[in-house]
Design a binder for this molecule. Structure first.
Ligand code: NAD
Ligand code: GLY
Length: 368
C-alpha cells in the first residue's frame, strides 16, 4: 500500500511514447517545478467561472499567463458543446497558438472533456494538460484520454481519444467543491472498489467519514488508488475493446436514469451510485455474489449520502427501453458489467433476463 501521508504522489499512465505522469497532492497548482515543461510552451488556459474564482490566479501566476491567453466559460454541462469548440478554435486561430503550443484544462470533467477534444483537433492535434478540480475529474475523467462534447441527440456523442501530457490533481481544490459534487465523485471511488479491488472497498468502508470530511490523507489515498486502477486498465486497453468497459460498472443503469431525467436533475455520479446498487443486486440474484455482499455495497452507497434507488415514477419498462440504447449493446444484445465476485467485475451478455427483470421490479414502481 502507498504511504498515504506522502505530500505528493506520482503515477504513470504507461502508453509508450504517449505515457504521462499523474501528480496527486495538495498545493500543486502553484508548484512551479511541476509546471516547468508547460512553461516552455506557448499556452492557452481554459476554465469555467466557478473554478476561475478560486484557482485561476495561482495557476496564471505559476504559468506567467497574460489575460489574453485565458478563456473563462460558463460552468455546467451545456458548456460541453460544439458551439464552444468552434468558439475556442476561433480564439486559438486568432491568437495564433502554434502547433507546439499546449492547452491547459483547469476545471471539472466538463472543461477537461471540452478542452481535450479541442486539443485533439486543433491543427490536427496539440498537447494539453489536465488540471482536474472535482473529485470525479481527479479519479476518472482527467485520466485515460476520453475527450468530447455533447450533441442534441446524445451525451458524449462527438469526441476523440487524446491523452494529456500531464495530469495535476491538486486535492486542496476539493475543499471548495459543493457537497453534491463531492458525493458524485465518491460514487466513482466506490465503483473502483467494487469492480477491481475488494481490499480497497474495505478501506472505503472504514474511511468513508474521512473522505466525507475531506481528511487529506484519506482523500489523497482514494484519488491515488482510483487513478492507479484507471491507469492500469487504460494501459491495457486504451480504446475500450476489452477491460476498459469494466469502468462502466453501474453505468448502464445510470445512463438510463440520466436520460430519463433529461440530464438536469441527477448528477452523473448520483446516477452511478444507484446504478452500482442495481448492479450489485443483479449480481446477487444471479448467485455470483452473496446477498449480504450486495447489501453491503448498497449500504455503503447509502451511507455516503448518494441515492440508492431510481427517481420516483421511473418504471422497469423505462429502464428496458433506455438501456437498449446503451453503447455496450452488441448485435442487439444487452451487455452489462456485473460482479462475479466483489472486486471482480466482468462485461457479459450471459445473464438470466428474469434476474434482470426482478432487479428492475425491486428498484422501481410498476408501469401503470
Ligand atoms: P463539472 O465539470 O460540471 O463540475 C461540477 C461543478 O463544480 C461545476 O459547476 C464547476 O464549475 C464546479 N467546480 C469544479 N471544480 C470546483 C472546485 N474545486 N470548487 C468549486 N466548484 C468547482 O462536473 P464533473 O462532475 O467534474 O464532470 C462531469 C463531466 O465529466 C460530464 O460531462 C461527464 O460526461 C464527464 N466525464 C468524462 C469522463 C471521461 O473519461 N472523459 C469520465 C466521467 C465523466
Ligand atoms: N470513464 C470511463 C472511461 O474512461 O473509460
Amino acid at each position: 500500500m502507498p504511504n498515504a501521508s506522502d505530500p505528493m504522489q506520482t503515477l504513470t499512465v504507461t502508453l509508450g511514447p504517449r505515457s504521462y505522469p499523474i501528480h496527486i497532492g495538495g498545493g500543486l497548482l502553484s508548484n512551479e517545478t511541476l509546471w516547468a515543461a508547460a512553461r516552455e510552451r506557448p499556452l492557452r488556459l481554459i476554465t469555467d467561472a466557478h473554478v476561475a474564482a478560486h484557482y485561476l490566479q495561482p495557476v496564471a501566476t505559476a504559468l506567467q499567463l497574460p489575460n489574453t491567453s485565458i478563456r473563462i466559460l460558463p460552468p455546467g454541462e451545456p458548456t460541453k458543446s460544439l458551439a464552444n469548440v468552434e468558439a475556442i478554435m476561433d480564439w486559438l486561430l486568432e491568437t495564433r497558438l502554434p502547433r507546439d503550443g499546449w492547452l491547459v484544462a483547469l476545471g471539472g470533467g466538463v472543461i477537461g472533456d471540452l478542452v481535450g477534444f479541442c486539443a485533439s483537433i486543433y491543427q490536427r492535434g496539440v498537447d494539453f494538460v489536465q488540471v482536474p478540480t472535482t473529485l470525479l475529474a481527479q479519479v476518472d475523467s482527467s485520466v485515460g484520454g476520453k475527450t468530447g462534447v455533447n450533441h442534441a441527440r446524445g451525451k458524449n456523442m462527438i469526441g476523440a481519444f487524446h491523452q494529456p501530457r500531464l495530469v495535476l490533481a491538486d486535492t486542496d481544490t476539493l475543499k471548495t467543491l459543493p457537497r453534491r459534487e463531492l458525493l458524485a465523485g465518491i460514487a466513482e471511488v466506490i465503483k473502483y472498489g467494487m469492480l477491481g479491488d475488494a481490499a480497497f472497498l474495505d478501506w472505503i468502508e472504514q474511511h468513508l467519514d474521512g473522505l466525507l470530511e475531506l481528511r487529506d490523507a484519506d482523500i489523497a489515498y482514494a484519488v491515488r488508488r482510483s487513478c492507479e486502477m484507471k491507469a492500469d486498465i487504460v494501459a491495457r486497453d486504451e480504446r475500450e475493446s476489452s477491460v476498459r468497459a469494466l469502468l462502466n460498472l453501474g453505468h448502464t443503469f445510470a445512463h438510463a436514469i440520466e436520460t430519463y431525467t433529461g440530464y438536469t436533475q441527477w448528477l452523473h455520479g448520483e446516477a452511478v451510485g444507484t446504478g452500482l446498487c442495481m448492479a450489485a443486486d443483479l449480481s446477487a440474484r444471479l448467485g455470483w455474489i452473496g446477498r449480504d455482499e450486495a447489501d453491503r455495497c448498497i449500504a455503503l452507497v447509502g451511507r455516503s449520502g448518494l441515492p440508492t434507488r431510481p427517481p420516483q415514477g421511473m418504471t422497469g419498462d423505462d429502464f428496458g427501453r433506455l438501456m437498449a440504447l446503451d453503447k455496450k449493446v452488441a448485435s442487439g444484445q444487452l451487455r452489462l458489467v456485473l460482479m462475479r465476485a466483489v472486486g471482480d467485475a466482468v462485461l457479459t451478455a450471459d445473464f438470466d433476463p428474469d434476474a434482470l427483470r426482478q432487479t428492475l421490479a425491486a428498484f422501481t414502481t410498476a408501469a401503470d
